[in-house]
Design a protein around this ligand. Structure first.
Ligand SMILES: [Zn+2]
Length: 165
């Protein structure tokens, strides 16, 4: 199947697939500010059961378009077609920035260049956006992420010591 053959029934969900409604309840930004409200808005509007988070493989051709290490949320376009190389989803940083307005697209050939980040949703549940920005380089909209504790700069969300802030 390719991107032109869009089928609403195409989302054959396996029992292992992450149900989006259950996930959304676990990452409610009202419960912890480490969770992104825009990601939840995107998942509610555009998410599908089984959506995972992926990273571009090192050396992938599409690094020229998206930059190395770019992360995507979504899934293989056609789950019941082992030869499908297309990806249905969005750039993860786009969902964090634009919420529901970040479109979900079929990206031709992208799935073949992605590597799933195993256990991503559990990491996100545990560490919030630190699961996305493990090096603490991104300045998220909230500016209370890095706090001073015993004279050290520490991440308020995951407790990692952060240098250079
Ligand atoms: Zn952190």
């Amino acid at each position: 199947m390719n991107c032109e053959q869009v089928s609403k029934e195409g989302a054959a969900v396996t029992s292992a697939a992450q149900p989006i409604r259950a996930l959304v309840k676990q990452i409610d930004p009202a419960s912890w500010d480490a969770y992104s409200s825009n990601l939840v808005k995107w998942l509610k509007a555009n998410g599908r059961d089984g959506d995972c988070v992926f990273r571009l493989r090192a050396g992938a051709k599409l690094e020229r378009v998206y930059g190395s290490g770019a992360m995507f949320v979504g899934q293989k376009f056609s789950l019941d077609d082992a030869t499908d190389t297309d990806f249905s989803g969005a750039l993860l940083m786009g969902t964090l920035s634009f919420g529901r307005d970040a479109p979900r697209h079929c990206h031709a050939g992208l799935f073949a260049q992605l590597q799933e980040i195993e256990g991503f949703w559990q990491q996100y549940i545990d560490r919030g956006r630190c699961a996305i920005d493990t090096d603490h380089r991104v300045m998220f909209r909230e500016n209370n992420r890095i706090v001073s504790r015993d004279g050290k700069s520490v991440c308020a969300w995951c407790s990692a010591e952060v240098a250079g802030h």
